[in-house]
Design a protein around this ligand. Structure first.
Ligand SMILES: [Cu+2]
Length: 604
């Protein structure tokens, strides 16, 4: 079933130095390629506008997406997806059963890309457009994964249970080069895909962080969430995509209104290290629907609502490395957020135990664990989504959307407290562009047994760890591993045809994933959802599934490493094939923290 060749020739993952050398030797004609898109971004403090909606018609959503790049003023690179009408990062709105056809054109130039290195400040080294790494390859070549360079790209549809094959949702062999003909993605949204918020982003191993950090991401919405919870009928909905980006003002001192933080360090990835205080320079700036909220003043963007208006907020953390812990404040008082769905999966009230009227208290008290009901803040690790109800502030009052600090551990990045947007209530606020159906047909109950009730066929143990490339040299590069216990830790090897794990379709398994490092890691697996059973050894009772979960860091003092226990769902026939699981802190993934799994068909 798997299209992955067992004996394909080795993939060429071009190192940055080789890429730059190739680029610099490109013939004069390719220099100064016309920038067809400037990736325009709204100014600081702007009103937050929604991405344009691309909707399916007669069961088909067909669209063009062009990915392009442009140097930014701070030396980093902006990336953008643009549709045929020029909309940036459009929302792809589909229903279960719809056919999705996307024509992805790679317009990347590599302009301003420089060799990354811990602590190295970006320089504005223009390298121009190159086809030296392989020009105008055919669609067949785009499925061979022969070239993965900084200007290669592809798409991952995060959260969807669709086949892991080229032209659908494969990241191991799919690599599209600049100058290739537009590459066709063609897949069907499963009839049983839970309605909610999913997303798309590039996933070229080694270069995922730079493209996502530059803004290459967008929302994919499986319509019908009001069918899962008819109390949502008729609610206006808002899509808020929080991204991170390199600091606009990297050399500025913290705002004078902040307590002075004595500790300022650079971590081994070259980002501002966790101060453990909730203050200080962040590792990255954040933006909300591309409106930047830059350090040090965090001038908030503006969200307009009508007084007291109930809305469904669909929040995606599309950051490359930044954890969120969102909270809505009116007059400094945190507001209750009515949680509707996590990672695209609506809550299942019928799965709460009789003595439990809301999700688990254990994780309620732990912002990093991301869970809530009558909770006022929601931890959202990179890649995760939270959908919740917000009531607009009363007439004349202004609310705030903030992210609270997340303690990423002694080895982690600094994710301080900061504002994201002020919420202005005004009777003249524009009507939200999308409204949930007013008379939804309730979703029929699922035919599959609740994942928590299915006995696992086995238990696997995995662990996150980090190691200095040269243990005797503290300045040497850090290698990142995600290892099946008993195997030799190694950085992920794109050339290996041997999967790290083999599972069987039709089964469920329990995976216990430890964190043996001193920073948070963010476990994500493609193609499927799982149920969080234990968090740090303590049972939790969640009535929804996830595709991304934070794994707490090791503080050096506990007898056991912190862990999560996940019930992995391999029942769906769509996930037969080979795909990956990895840390969704993309600089960790790029530096090796990934593994592969092959799911074999069920025996006949
Ligand atoms: Cu990680």
């Amino acid at each position: 079933m798997s299209p992955r060749s067992k004996n394909r020739s080795p993939m060429q993952v071009l190192p940055w130095a080789a890429f730059i050398a190739l680029s610099l030797s490109a013939p004069p004609g390719v220099w100064g390629a016309t920038l067809r898109n400037q990736c325009p971004r709204p100014p600081v403090g702007s009103v937050v506008t929604e991405p344009a909606d691309l909707r399916s018609h007669n069961g088909v959503l067909e669209a063009e997406l062009r990915i392009s790049d442009v140097p930014a003023a701070n030396g980093s690179t902006l990336y953008c997806y643009t549709d045929a009408a020029g909309h940036e990062s459009p929302n792809l709105r589909v229903s279960p059963g719809d056919l999705v056809i996307l024509h992805l054109e790679n317009d990347l130039t590599g302009a301003s890309l420089t060799e990354p290195g811990p602590g190295s400040a970006p320089t504005n080294r223009t390298v121009g457009h190159t086809h030296a790494a392989g020009s105008t390859q055919s669609a067949a070549d785009s499925c061979s994964g022969q070239i993965m360079s900084p200007v290669s790209t592809n798409l991952h549809f995060h959260g969807l249970t669709i086949p892991p094959v080229c032209h659908q949702d494969d990241v191991l062999n799919t690599s599209i080069q600049p100058g290739d003909r537009p590459f066709e993605y063609r897949f069907r949204i499963p009839m049983n895909e839970p309605p909610g918020l999913y997303w798309y982003h590039p996933h070229i191993h080694g270069f995922s962080k730079v493209q996502v950090l530059g803004g290459a991401s967008g929302a994919l919405i499986v319509e019908g969430i009001e069918r899962a919870d008819t109390a949502l009928a008729g609610l206006p909905e808002r899509v808020f995509i929080i991204r991170d980006q390199d600091l606009m003002n990297p050399n500025a001192p913290p705002s004078k209104s902040e307590p002075v933080v004595s500790k300022f360090l650079i971590d081994r990835d070259g980002d501002a290290a966790n101060t453990g205080t909730g203050f200080g320079k962040p590792a990255k700036d954040l933006s909300i629907n591309f409106v930047p909220v830059p350090y040090p003043d965090y001038t908030p963007a503006t969200i307009e609502m009508r007084p007291g208006e109930r809305q469904l907020w669909r929040v995606l953390n599309a950051s490359a490395i930044t954890y969120l812990n969102v909270e809505v404040l009116f007059q400094r008082v945190p507001q209750s957020l009515g949680l509707v769905a996590i990672d695209g999966v609506p809550m299942r009230p019928d799965q709460l135990t009789p003595d439990r009227s809301s999700p688990d208290q254990l994780t309620l008290d732990r912002p990093e664990a991301m869970l809530a009901d009558e909770q006022t803040h929601l931890g959202i690790p990179p890649g995760a989504r939270a959908e919740f109800i917000v009531n607009g502030p009363p007439q004349g009052e202004t609310g705030l959307l903030v992210t609270r600090s997340v303690d990423t551990g002694p080895g982690g990045e600094n994710d301080p407290n900061r504002m994201l947007a002020k919420i202005i209530s005004s009777p003249n606020a524009p009507e939200p562009q999308s409204i949930l159906s007013r008379s939804p047909q309730p979703l029929p109950p699922g035919t599959d047994a609740w994942l928590g009730d299915v006995p696992p066929v086995r238990v696997r143990h995995l662990y996150f760890s980090e190691k200095l490339a040269d243990p005797n040299d503290p300045t040497s590069a850090v290698e990142f591993y995600l290892t099946v216990d008993g195997q030799q830790p190694k950085m992920f090897d794109m050339n290996s045809a041997v999967p790290d794990i083999v599972a069987q379709q039709g089964t469920v398994e329990d995976w216990i994933i430890e964190n043996r490092s001193n920073e948070l890691h963010d476990f994500h697996i493609h193609q499927l959802h799982f149920l969080l059973l234990d968090y740090s050894g303590v049972p939790v009772h969640e009535n929804f599934l996830r595709d991304t979960v934070n794994v707490p860091y090791f503080n050096g003092h506990t007898l056991a490493y912190p862990s999560v226990r996940l019930r992995m769902d391999f029942r769906d026939p769509n996930l037969v094939g080979t795909f990956v699981y990895h840390c969704h802190i993309l600089e960790h993934e790029d530096k090796g923290m990934m593994g592969s799994i092959r799911v074999d068909p069920a025996p006949r």
